[in-house]
Design a binder for this molecule. Sequence first.
Ligand SMILES: [Zn+2]
Length: 251
Amino acid sequence: MTPTPPAGQLDALDASLGVVPAAGDRRRHPAPAHLVFFHGPMDCGKSTLALQVDHNQSRQGRHGLLLTQGDRSGTPQISSRVGLQRAAVELDADTDVRLLVRDRWAAGHRVDYLIVDEAQFLTGEQAEQLAELVDESHVDVYAFGLTTDFRTRLFPGTQRLFELADDVQRVQVEVLCWCGLPGLLNARVVGDAVVREGATVVVADTAPALQPEATPAAGEAAVRYQVLCRRHFSRGQLGPTPTGPGQLALR
Ligand SMILES: [Zn+2]
């Protein structure tokens, strides 16, 4: 007996992707592949988890392809704050992920699974391509990305992965606001002020962990990111003040 996935759910997914599976296709593949999306705020350990998943998979003899976005180093990689790193393939908005995998196959490489870091930067179309790889080519996909941007809105890639993934998990390593409450929101900070308008992506977005205080050009205020709880995001409060809540004001 093989477990039967909920048919309605799969049909809905197929319909949304405009893909009709061949009759009997699933029977040849008793273990269906999965699209799993892990998300959280900055510095919650997503890249560390991505590399851990890759390690666990490859230890079982499976072959993976690591993808990332926004890496301008020239030697794209997935790196974590605890010192792990692995070479990765750099995506841009025009990359067709299906072709990328097929090219690897054509070159004689195995690709059993994908690790996709910085998945918040995927286009909706690329998220759909990942789902198609899962359903039609039985490639497991593990995607990792930020939940919301500095305006507290879902990133486009994140939103589409929420809609399509078989499994969506919030990364469980807690990032704390300075007040000690769980920090879930990524504040963009220019000078000493929280900024809530502007382009979704600016340069410092791509390496918030490595460049918490990017060096500003002459005459420009530094753009940095800070994880805050919802209340302190709303108030734009970046740290305790002498007369802050719970403290006595000196008169
Ligand atoms: Zn707080």
